[in-house]
Design a protein. Sequence first.
Length: 128
Amino acid sequence: MSSPITIMPTPIGRPTSLPTTGAGKNTGINATRFESLLQDRMAGQSVRFSRHADQRLQQRGLRISGEQSQRLQQAMRKVADKGGRDSLVLLDNLALVVSVPNNTVVTVSDRGSLRENVFTNIDSAVIA
């Protein structure tokens, strides 16, 4: 395997300093703190449904309960931990194609519509 290549862009214009507080001390941006806040925010973030997925739910008269939503979020976290990006999630009688990085359900199918369906462009599957 080859090493990753890092390209550092040339700054545009003159750099600016960070805001100061008190006696000229930098407030500083703690990267670890930012990362922690971001993870906390994303952990509490609910799964979004694309317009297409919303239409499928409405057309087929499907509903996702709060308990199912929690299981879906857990499944998406598991996929993310394993490095998956686009996954098929089997949840009770539903099949959902999800975009893990976008935390979005792309499409939904129920058991009656699953017969002879082919799911493409997925890199993982999970039973929730």
